[in-house]
Design a protein around this ligand. Structure first.
Ligand SMILES: [Zn+2]
Ligand SMILES: [Zn+2]
Ligand SMILES: [Zn+2]
Length: 262
């Protein structure tokens, strides 16, 4: 077997493996409602020509048609966000899935007005808004639904490999004590065989791939902020595991950063 050419990527569980060849378009970060639900925070994507994607191990890759002409690719075994197809002759890929260094940087942001209430795309502090007593949450396809007590309070960004592969960019979540389920028939969980936060069990919708929650080995549950349907009443307060952060983006919001993973 010869060495595989290109920049390698994979999902969190390793079921899906791919390589990118040829020129890459820089990363665009989308804050639209659909991308936020799908990724659990904000969706980042670079792009490569259709023929530049070598999907050498399709594994459990599944597709969800989120709007006419748009398909989102995710791993049905671990929920990782991987691809976005819009029929442009190119494949958009999640940079969080890449295992090899890539010459990428963030070139822009879109749908900034649709960002969640807990952060701003510019990095400036968000305005204080609503403080809902109950947070209704759901996936992109609507098959899953649950509610948690609100407001969300402190929301934490995590840049560990697990959160990056799961969301496709990086994670943002808040701790919850109790979850009241309205629909969970399509919820799947993936539990990596690792210690600490890296071994968190990740809950996602197996129909649409939306990241919903993770549960650390100590039993604490965290809801991915993008799953909340309306205002969270929360505020991004810190960045964790920045030692594993992707190289294509900068953190410019001035919030405290911690290098290690809990
Ligand atoms: Zn996977
Ligand atoms: Zn769904
Ligand atoms: Zn993490």
């Amino acid at each position: 077997m010869g060495q595989r050419m290109g920049i390698g990527g994979s999902c969190l569980c390793g079921s899906v493996g791919f390589a990118l060849r040829g020129p890459l378009r820089d990363v665009v970060i989308c804050h639209c409602h659909w991308c936020r639900k799908s990724s659990g925070h904000a969706f980042a994507s670079g792009a490569v020509a259709d023929q530049g994607l070598d999907l050498y191990r399709p594994g459990a890759l599944a597709w969800y048609r989120s709007s006419p002409g748009v398909r989102r690719g995710f791993c049905a075994d671990c929920g990782s966000s991987l691809f976005w197809l819009g029929g442009e002759g190119q494949v958009r890929f999640a940079p969080g899935a890449l295992d090899d260094p890539a010459p990428l940087r963030v070139q822009g942001q879109i749908f900034e007005d649709s960002a969640g209430d807990y952060y701003t795309p510019s990095g400036r502090a968000p305005r204080v808004g609503a403080a809902p007593a109950r947070l209704d949450c759901s996936c992109l396809c609507g098959e899953t639904g649950f509610s948690v007590p609100g407001p969300a309070g402190e929301i934490t960004a995590c840049h560990c490999t697990g959160c990056r592969k799961s969301s496709g960019h990086y994670g943002a979540s808040f701790a919850v004590e109790a979850v009241h389920w309205h629909g969970r028939a399509t919820v799947a969980e993936f539990a990596p065989d690792r210690a600490g936060h890296q071994g968190a069990t990740r809950g996602f919708c197996r129909v649409c791939g939306s990241s919903l929650y993770h549960r650390d080995p100590d039993g604490r549950s965290h809801v991915e902020a993008g799953a909340v349907d309306g205002p969270t009443g929360g505020r991004l307060t810190q960045h964790l595991c920045v030692a594993q952060k992707g190289l294509y983006y900068e953190l410019t919001d001035g919030l405290p950063q911690t290098g290690g993973c809990a």
